[in-house]
Ligand binder design. Structure first.
Ligand code: PMP
Length: 299
């Protein structure tokens, strides 16, 4: 098992900084029983000039607020306040390259009723820069993303991740690195924990918002495309179109930008190092560490 904390680790719990191994959670919580909670996945990086910077902190805490509101979970916080808490946690735990996990959870309630209060923990742990050159073997999953008329798919809700876990476990059991899930209409949606883009004739394509998590990395990729004048289009497409792609990549806070080797055992023809995806990967890497970026490759 991965260890996320040790005897020294400090986490934030409802207004206090406490030792992780002394923190308590109510086992009667509605969140534990029904997955009724919202969370974020954020990263901090040691920058080129040796500062510790939380990447897109404001965007992540705004999404946490939206996720809480979408699920009727009380959210009496300001982004600014939680960003300071996050920096304080990084300091207390002496971390620079870290993963930051805020979780808003619910009190004891075995009913399905709305609560007047909620709780907040923020946890941090070391996470190295694992943006590798290891390309992924991706499998189209038989699991679909949840029906957006059954769930608020734009929210990062704990319960949605049962679907992610099932799909990812299934892909790994079949010898693949990661799953790719379709939406309820049979269009390509996203990975269990990342968004995706594909590349054809120097242009990028990504599924539109609606049935996917509005990824902050996805938005960053779109931002990079605008700045570098890389053509990009948001549209619905099916797996068959992906088989004809030159390459594809996942993007997410944890995954960063990571290329695919193959889809359903069919390798992509173009060498990753010659793709627009590779340029995006390099640009993203520069952005998270606040380094200036000049594309070395022509496109
Ligand atoms: N889709 C899902 C289902 C996710 O869990 C994540 C990770 N938060 C993403 C997409 C990517 O989102 P982000 O870039 O904001 O991390």
């Amino acid at each position: 098992m991965t260890s996320y904390y040790n005897d020294q680790t400090i986490l934030y719990l409802n207004g206090s900084y406490v030792k992780a191994n002394e923190a308590k959670v109510d086992l009667y919580s509605q969140s534990i029983h029904y997955g009724y909670a919202v969370f974020e996945g954020i990263r901090s990086y040691r920058t080129a000039n040796d500062r510790t910077r939380i990447f897109k902190a404001e965007e992540h805490f705004q999404r946490l607020k939206k996720s809480s509101e979408a699920l009727n979970i009380p959210y009496p916080y300001e982004a600014e306040e939680l960003i300071s808490v996050s920096y304080e946690l990084l300091k207390q735990n002496k971390l620079q390259n870290a993963y930051i996990r805020p979780l808003v959870y619910s009190p004891a309630n075995m009913g399905f009723t709305r609560n007047t209060e909620s709780f907040l923990t923020i946890q941090v742990w070391e996470m190295g820069n694992f943006l590798g050159d290891q390309l992924l073997k991706v499998m189209t999953s038989s699991f679909e993303r949840p029906n957006p008329r059954a769930f608020k798919m734009e929210a990062k809700a704990a319960g949605h991740y049962v679907n992610s876990i099932m799909a990812s476990q299934d892909a790994k059991a079949k010898g693949y690195d990661e799953a790719l899930l379709n939406d309820v209409n049979g269009f390509v949606a996203e990975a269990p924990g990342a968004n995706m883009f594909f590349e054809k004739n120097g242009k990028l394509y990504t599924p539109p918002l609606g049935n996917i998590l509005p990824g902050i990395t996805r938005a960053t990729v779109l931002e990079i495309c605008r700045e570098l004048e890389i053509p990009v289009e948001e549209k619905f497409f099916k797996t068959a179109e992906l088989y004809e792609a030159e390459t594809a990549f996942f993007c997410g806070t944890a995954a960063e930008v990571i290329g695919w080797a193959s889809l359903d055992g069919i390798p992509f023809r173009k060498d990753w190092n010659t793709t627009v995806g590779k340029i995006i990967q390099e640009a993203y890497k520069a952005r998270i560490t606040e380094k200036e970026f000049k594309p070395a490759l022509a496109f």
